[in-house]
Design a protein around this ligand. Structure first.
Ligand SMILES: Cc1ncc(COP(=O)(O)O)c(C=O)c1O
Length: 410
């Protein structure tokens, strides 16, 4: 195990003078807090002893019924029995990995991949083999070639880990045309799909494309979460899995936590039943669209030397830096200039990615996003000059004279 690059940054990001384009905290200010306060009080008054009690290891039937309705938006027709409630989808990632992975087993994952999933794979000593993605998401030909090569080497992948919608960190979405092809390739190679979909409902202008699970429910373990379409506070997420896997997930979850939050499930269920939650999701979409647009225009205005992905939803864009600039080495100088991002290296298993950075637009206001990118542009332009003068090895050269500040010094 090792400290995530993002965790170290949280301390910095919380300082008011820093514009953080680093964290992935959802912007939940528009949630109906008065309504939630009344709802919570009512549940506690009318059902307090139940709300504060242990519950079923699989999660409560009333919550699982609501989740089945939510998954219909992804084209998934599941049964409440298929669903296991978890402590955020992060716990589901952990449970699936615990069940399938022995040290040295292969997980195939997009390059780049969500840092929190890579952390779990690392904790279970998986061997992660990356497959590239492009503006249309995971590349089917590359996946097919990788699975074929692994087979030839006598190494079978246990599962494919993929985030098809509004990818973290790449910002891209798997195209409609590629979806059935990815499923077909995994069927042919007998490789399970771990489909992680926390952002699916947060398309700026559109409803989600059909989930991979909608093409083949038995081939796919689907992970969902209320963290982004509501808020992460109750820590309610879920896995929808084929029968045999589901049984194991429940056993593993009971061993880890006994039962998921009863209180959180009761409040989330009541919210989904009583409140016009989809209108609230549309409100979030509008806010993220405005922030995403602010990010796109700021990049065009201040950092035209870089390339970036154009997200159609979610929280992130993935920026490719000019030749010779190392995002990880540049980060302390960015923080000195009061702007933070996450170096691309966090999103690869093998230390690649220094030519990339993830910029998130979910939390700061559009004005702050513009200001953050403006500050970042000064840092990038200064780096470009250094590369011009000293070549790509200039970071070593600089380290001799300048000690980079640690996050808590800034
Ligand atoms: C791709 C992805 N998967 C899973 C998670 C974990 O979310 P949670 O545990 O809050 O459901 C996140 C959180 O940022 C994420 O971006």
């Amino acid at each position: 195990m090792r400290a995530s690059e993002i965790r170290a940054l949280f301390a910095v990001a919380s300082r008011p003078e820093v514009v953080s384009l680093a964290g992935g905290m959802p912007n939940i200010n528009s949630l109906p807090l008065e309504y939630l306060a009344e709802l919570s009080a009512r549940i506690m008054r009318e059902n307090g002893p139940k709300a504060l009690q242990y519950g079923s290891g699989q999660g409560e039937i009333f919550m699982r019924e609501q989740i089945v309705e939510v998954m219909r938006y992804d084209g998934i027709h599941a049964h409440p029995d298929d669903v296991v409630i978890t402590t955020g989808s992060q716990q589901a990632l952990d449970l699936v990995t615990e069940i399938f992975i022995n040290p040295g087993d292969v997980v195939v994952a997009e390059a780049p991949s969500y840092v929190g999933a890579l952390g779990v794979f690392r904790a279970y000593q998986a061997d992660v083999v990356h497959v590239p993605l492009d503006d249309d998401g995971l590349i089917p030909e590359a996946l097919d070639a990788t699975l074929t090569r692994l087979e030839a080497e006598g190494r079978r992948a246990k599962f494919l880990y993929t985030v098809p919608n509004y990818h973290n960190p790449a910002g891209v979405t798997l195209s409609a045309e590629r979806r059935p092809r990815i499923v077909e390739i995994c069927q042919r190679h007998h490789v399970l799909i771990l489909e992680d979909n926390p952002y699916g409902l947060l398309g700026f202008d559109s409803d989600p494309l059909p989930a991979l699970k909608s093409y083949d429910a038995d081939q796919t373990i689907y992970l969902g979460s209320f963290s982004k379409m509501f808020g992460p506070g109750y820590r309610v997420g879920w896995a929808a899995a084929p029968h045999a896997v589901r049984e194991k997930l429940v056993l593993a979850s009971e061993a880890a936590i006994l039962s998921p939050t009863m209180w959180g499930q009761m409040v989330m269920t009541a919210y989904l039943r009583e409140y016009d939650w989809y209108t609230q999701v549309k409100e979030f979409r509008g806010e993220y669209r405005a922030r995403g647009n602010a990010m796109m225009s700021a990049l065009a205005e201040f950092l035209p030397e870089t390339r970036w992905t154009v997200p159609t939803g979610g929280f992130y864009t993935w920026v490719t830096l000019p030749e010779g600039i190392d995002a990880k080495a540049m980060l302390p100088r960015a923080v000195t200039n009061l702007v933070a991002y996450v170096s691309g290296t966090a999103f690869y298993y093998d230390g690649q990615g220094a030519d990339h950075m993830r910029l998130s637009f979910c939390y700061p206001t559009p004005e702050n996003i513009r200001e953050g990118v403006r500050r970042l542009s000064h840092v990038v332009h200064a780096e470009m000059e250094l590369v011009e003068m000293f070549g790509t090895g200039h970071h070593e050269h600089l380290k001799a004279g300048i000690e980079a500040p640690t996050p808590d010094q800034v």
